[in-house]
Design a protein around this ligand. Structure first.
Ligand SMILES: Cc1ncc(COP(=O)(O)O)c(C=O)c1O
Length: 401
């Protein structure tokens, strides 16, 4: 493989070698179905059970509160639809409170629920991309079935005050008589933020293995015991009938190992990526005219840098970086043929032009200071060239993941 400087760890991460080793036997001789009663099956079941214990230990929950899924998008769909439909059936109400800066997995699931009669309230954010816990609580009424706030934003790295949201909901419950379940999309958090579900005060929480050096196609949903939930996937009753279908033991084991490593090495990882991120910001803001920091200075994912280059087409910027061997991301979202600036940056008050020329670098353990210096050197050449040769025109760019 041709080498490149990979600074898109918010999109996905390389599988940790220890994770790959732990998974390998499940792709060869340990191929049993966990539901089978003979030894090969029982061993697969035991591996899944151990992995569930390990994931639960990191989330500080009961093993029975962990449901294995195919990734972040499925966990989020299960959480939002599962709670919403259960509450609707029970006649609790139709209102869901969320934020304007969520990932499309949340935004589009909420649009889906709107078609089933749910009333979605989308709370705004400040210029740093952060939601006000009291504004979230104020949007909650007695008919509210669910509150959803992401733990950390994938585009600008803003860390939301989830524990404060939970406290504000508790205070609100004194007035309206009940506290709706709180779901957090924590897909960007493992390896960077603590995931103790009780300290966070959440009832549901979604994670995805490939964001923390695990395999793709595996995730987990923390579903607090007693939370209202209607299963959407019917079948053989696996995962205590909350998510039917033969489990993926290799993937599940890989995720558990990756999560343990991410949790144990969190402090060292955060120190490393934060120093790279700060070096990147310091140089770019100092050396490239018109560069602005998007997102917060504090309460930000340690590995996330998002910079706006006014007057630069983000798509062309990514292409030029790619040609220079640098894999990064833009903040813009798109459909196949129409260009759309980032909904996150627009919600933070950026104008269309500034939102169009944004660049997200998300650093990982294998990145070095030399990588950062190389990226800055390339940007110093590319940004002025693009401003001159291609004054901003609408273009198609890939969504930030
Ligand atoms: C914040 C956030 N939520 C959800 C997802 C979806 O996760 P997955 O890729 O596992 O479906 C992503 C990743 O793109 C994300 O960054």
């Amino acid at each position: 493989m041709e080498s490149c400087v990979y600074v898109d760890h918010a999109a996905t991460t390389p599988v940790h070698p220890t994770v790959a080793r732990a998974m390998a036997p499940f792709l060869s001789d340990r191929f049993g179905n966990p539901s089978s009663l003979y030894r090969l099956g029982r061993e697969a079941q035991a591996a899944v059970d151990r992995a569930r214990d390990d994931v639960a230990a990191v989330l500080a929950c009961r093993p029975g509160e962990v449901v294995f899924t195919s990734g972040g998008t499925e966990s989020i769909n299960m959480a939002l639809k599962g709670v919403a439909f259960a509450q609707q059936l029970a006649g609790v109400g139709n209102r869901i409170v969320s934020t304007v800066v969520e990932h499309h997995a949340v935004l589009h699931t909420l649009e889906f629920l709107e078609r089933f009669g749910f009333d979605i309230v989308r709370v705004g954010v400040d210029a740093q991309g952060r939601v006000d816990p009291d504004a979230v609580a104020a949007a909650v009424d007695a008919e509210t079935v669910l509150v959803n706030v992401m733990l950390a934003n994938n585009e600008v790295g803003a860390v939301q005050p989830i524990a404060e949201v939970a406290e504000a909901l508790q205070r609100r419950a004194e007035t309206i008589g009940r506290k709706p379940p709180l779901h957090a999309d924590a897909v960007q958090a493992p390896g960077q933020l603590p995931l103790d579900v009780n300290a966070l005060g959440v009832d549901l929480l979604s994670i995805s293995a490939h964001k923390f050096r695990g395999p793709k196609g595996v995730g987990a949903l923390f579903l607090r015991r007693g939370a209202p939930f209607l299963a959407q996937q019917s079948g053989g009753g696996q995962e205590r009938a909350r998510r039917a279908g033969t489990e993926n033991p290799g993937g599940i084991v890989g995720m558990a190992v990756a999560l343990e490593i991410a949790d144990q090495q969190r402090d060292a990882h955060v120190r490393h990526v934060r120093s790279l991120r700060d070096h990147f910001f310091a140089r770019v803001l100092d050396e490239i005219p018109g560069a602005v920091r998007n997102g917060p200075t504090d309460d930000r994912l340690a590995n996330n840098a998002n910079v706006g280059f006014a007057g630069v087409d983000g798509q062309l910027l990514l292409e030029a970086l790619d040609a220079a061997g640098i894999a990064a991301s833009s903040g813009s979202a798109c459909t196949a043929s129409s260009w759309e600036p980032s909904h996150v940056l627009l919600a933070m008050g950026a104008d269309q032009d500034a939102a169009a020329g944004s660049l997200r670098c998300s650093f990982g353990l294998e990145n070095s200071r030399d990588d950062v210096n190389l990226i800055v050197e390339r940007l110093r050449e590319i940004v002025p060239t693009l401003r001159q040769s291609h004054p901003l025109t609408p273009s198609v760019s890939a969504p930030a993941q």
